[in-house]
Design a protein. Structure first.
Length: 182
């Protein structure tokens, strides 16, 4: 059932060649979100995976992780924590910087977003180089949370991000993967 659902979702993901730059194929989950059946299959896949785990919160990475994470938190009857790009949160924050291909960026969370010992699921739409998700893991851990698992719809294993996440000691679950030449 899970394999069928994953393949159904994978077929719905749109591949956009040469965006945002020449040679890059962007994997767009918008068609998954637009189709009510596919969106439900995706959320149900995550719900069935996490419904029996003892979780306290779902944390979603800016911006598509907000969409998935908030719906998943609702379905699991958990709170939701946004991990935002720098400068977007109105209260006291803690930040974590990470490297991009050309420069650095950072993500932030409110200082009171999690409590020590809370068990958190971290979710985003895609794992590419892993920088954003690793930074979010570090933020959550710095605030005392236990990141039970990181999850995403898509893994691009050839970019090395899944390995970076696993190197933090955090388990990673992805629904599907795309190889470099697909």
């Amino acid at each position: 059932m899970q394999t069928e659902s994953a393949e159904f979702i994978r077929r719905t993901i749109r591949s956009v060649p040469d965006w945002p730059a020449a040679g890059v194929t962007f994997r767009d989950i918008t068609p998954v979100l637009q189709d009510p059946r596919t969106f439900r299959v995706l959320i149900d896949l995550f719900v069935y995976r996490y419904m029996r785990q003892r979780l306290d919160l779902v944390a979603g990475v800016d911006a598509r992780g907000f969409i998935l994470g908030s719906v998943l938190a609702y379905e699991l009857n958990l709170g939701f924590v946004p991990v935002r790009k720098k400068g977007k949160l109105p209260f006291r924050t803690v930040a974590e910087e990470y490297s991009l291909e050309y420069g650095n960026a950072s993500v932030e969370m409110h200082t009171d977003a999690v409590r020590t010992g809370q068990r958190v699921l971290l979710i985003d739409d895609l794992v590419a180089t892993g920088g954003t998700m690793v930074a979010a893991i570090k933020l959550l851990q710095r605030l005392g949370a236990n990141v039970v698992e990181a999850a995403a719809v898509i893994d691009l294993p050839h970019l090395g991000g899944s390995g970076q996440i696993k190197a933090t000691g955090t388990p990673l679950f992805t629904v599907c993967a795309f190889n470099e030449n697909e």
